[in-house]
Design a protein around this ligand. Structure first.
Ligand SMILES: Nc1ncnc2c1ncn2[C@@H]1O[C@H](COP(=O)(O)OP(=O)(O)OP(=O)(O)O)[C@@H](O)[C@H]1O
Length: 310
């Protein structure tokens, strides 16, 4: 059984499209990353899956429960964790009071263990918390009832790099225990680290789902190098080079074979080189941006992943 499934899921806010005709399925034990630019419909999807907003059309189940069935969803939520991107609290309550309340709704088998790992200052009033401490409290709350499925909306926003790493390690352990994750993210390194598969949403529609390796291979690397002598543009116009800029340095995005690149570079005296992951925005633009047009039948035509040559 899929841990999470949507068929033709659609949500309009009046005239405004939130998501449209979304069909996807996340298997039990899978870590599924949900990516898309601002306003794409990620939060709308998540809020619909949790029953916070009703779909306009289509169907969705979480752990087999219909999200439109309020009573069923109360049961389901005892086995589901939710980590919002900007958690709201009763600010006057202390962390302990908040967790006690959450525990009364869904249980708290793992509260102490999680507080040790993500030490939020639970004795203090939440209004005194920093953004990061609020997020840590939300993590404890999302996981303390030992859920089977965890839905997260940009889960590491507000966490410092050390806490982010701790959170990723924790997710890995949870995945090994068989927990399923569905989460939205803007951060490619996060997606690389933790996801098995990703779905990309744009303008409320699912453009593609694919495994992480495929996405990252297509994404390529951003290369910037300096040579001790000027280079001619045509020398760097070979397969896999995109968005070539010569501005004293040589800059481009590279999606080809690394052997070929290194072979080419060996012709120069390279005095400085940076090779880094291209940002997600570039993936959206290159593969799903300008070319992801909607045809007359309403189908997104770049879903085959047709690469756009620079
Ligand atoms: N309560 C609302 N009322 C009206 N329109 C809304 C509402 N919530 C979202 N929308 C619209 O629905 C679309 C999808 O928004 P959504 O918040 O789901 O995107 P997102 O992918 O989560 O964006 P972000 O990355 O910026 O959080 C946007 O056009 C947004 O303006």
């Amino acid at each position: 059984m899929s841990a999470l499934e949507t068929v033709g899921l659609t949500k309009y806010y009046g005239e405004t499209r939130g998501i449209e005709d979304l069909t996807l399925s996340v298997e039990s034990g899978e870590v599924f990353g949900y990516l898309g630019p601002n306003g794409a419909g990620k939060t709308t999807t998540i809020r619909t899956l949790l029953g916070f907003i009703a779909p306009t059309d289509g169907e969705a189940t979480v752990l087999g429960y219909d999200v439109r069935d309020e009573r069923a969803l109360i049961e389901a939520k005892k086995r589901i964790g939710y980590l919002p991107s900007d958690p709201g609290f009763d600010e006057g309550a202390t962390g302990t009071q908040f967790l006690d309340y959450q525990a009364s709704l869904k249980g708290d088998d793992r509260r102490e263990e999680l507080l040790e790992l993500f030490d939020a200052p639970v004795e203090r009033a939440i209004e005194e918390y920093s953004r990061g401490n609020k997020q840590k409290l939300a993590i404890v709350s999302a996981f303390m009832h030992d859920p089977d499925l965890v839905i997260m909306d940009e889960p590491t926003s507000g966490l410092d790099p050390l806490m982010q790493e701790r959170f990723y390690d924790f997710l890995e352990d949870e995945q090994e225990r068989g927990v399923t994750f569905f989460f939205s993210s803007h951060i490619l390194s996060e997606v690389r680290k933790v996801c098995d598969r990703v779905g990309i949403i744009r303008d409320g529609k699912l453009v593609t789902t694919e495994d992480v390796e495929t996405l990252l291979d297509r994404n390529g690397k951003r290369v910037r190098l300096r040579t001790n002598e000027p280079v001619a543009r045509e020398e760097f116009e070979f397969a896999g080079v995109h968005d070539l800029v010569l501005d004293g340095a040589v800059q481009f995005t590279y999606t080809g074979e690394y052997d070929v690149l290194l072979d080419r570079l060996s012709d120069y005296h390279v005095v400085d080189v940076d090779i880094e992951e291209a940002p997600l925005d570039e993936v959206f633009m290159r593969f799903y941006g300008g070319e992801a047009s909607t045809d007359e039948a309403g189908e997104v035509s770049a879903s085959e992943g047709g690469e756009v040559d620079a």
